[in-house]
Design a protein around this ligand. Structure first.
Ligand code: SAM
Length: 276
């Protein structure tokens, strides 16, 4: 049965390509890659000569999906890879996968590295789940709006962020989530300068300022979920947080309770944790 294999590739350390991933890339008729030049280096490192390399990136995914479905229709096997990690996770692939599944062909994962999962595995989140957010909007106002919508989330939040936006992004997180919430900064995972550090959000700015190297490389950020008391939903917390920005704590709590109907005691506890 012609199959589209979705193959995870290393985040930096070449030895993280699984034996099954390597075998699949060597065996398929077509390797569909986000950046063919970049992926050629990976294939070369493993002595793999792809029979056919095809480009699939965010700007041509629909068109490429058509070509890949044609390959599958001719009985060919195809592997999809991106520049690093697992395709379709903040990377091209999801549209292609959907189209191929719709066309009735098998799509099979060849799992491996994923930056979010690697960071989560060293985060020590004992309770609760996590929510994968990926990249936040680039513009400040949109980013802050997105963070406000996440402020009441109880699960840990997992973000990807580019190095040149990391400082303002973390400053916004401290502002919106409150300085007391813990952040885990996972930098350059699996690479020579790998670093994993955790601290309250209020201290993250100083951590970045302390060493220029702290701003280099690739980052996953994991922020602990909100400590939300029972009976209070995310909307009530958002309103409370907005009022806390403008008013004394007690007034903000009283107004938030009146507006949302949420219990005052729980709102008060949350307000105290935000101000800490
Ligand atoms: N599909 C990939 C995955 O499975 O993780 C993610 C691709 S996304 C375009 C790239 C982002 O992933 C980077 O900006 C960074 O946030 C994160 N990332 C990739 N490699 C990383 C690494 N070695 N250490 C930390 N974060 C990394």
């Amino acid at each position: 049965m012609p199959t589209l294999y979705v193959v995870a590739t290393p985040l930096g350390n070449l030895r993280d390509l699984s034996p099954r991933g390597r075998d699949t890339l060597a065996a398929v008729d077509v390797v569909a890659a986000e950046d063919t030049r970049h992926s050629q280096r990976l294939l070369d490192a493993f002595g793999i000569r792809a029979r056919q390399l095809l480009s699939v990136h965010q700007h041509n995914e629909q068109q490429a999906a058509g070509k890949i479905i044609e390959c599958l229709a001719q009985g060919q096997h195809v592997a999809l890879i991106t520049d690093a990690g697992t395709p379709a996770i903040s990377d091209p692939g999801a549209r292609l996968v959907a189209r191929v599944r719709e066309a009735g062909y098998t799509v099979s994962p060849i799992p491996g590295a994923c930056a979010a999962v690697a960071a989560l595995s060293v985060a020590g989140i004992v309770e609760g789940g996590f929510r994968f957010v990926g990249f936040l909007p680039v513009k400040t106002t949109s980013r802050r709006t997105a963070l406000m919508a996440l402020a009441g989330e109880r699960d840990a939040l997992v973000f990807y962020e580019a190095p040149h936006r990391i400082e303002p992004c973390v400053a916004d997180m401290a502002d919106i989530f409150g300085g007391g919430r813990e952040i885990l900064i996972a930098r350059e995972l699996t690479k020579l300068h790998e670093e994993v550090a955790s601290m309250p959000l209020a201290e993250a700015g100083a951590w970045f300022a302390a060493d220029a190297n702290h701003l280099r490389g690739e980052f996953v950020l994991i922020v602990r979920g909100a400590d939300v008391p029972d009976g209070i939903d995310a909307n009530a917390l958002r309103i409370l947080d907005m009022l806390l920005d403008e008013l004394p704590l007690k007034t903000a709590v009283r107004l938030a309770a009146t507006i949302t109907g949420a219990p005052r005691k729980g709102l008060y506890a949350h307000a105290l944790s935000q101000r800490k």
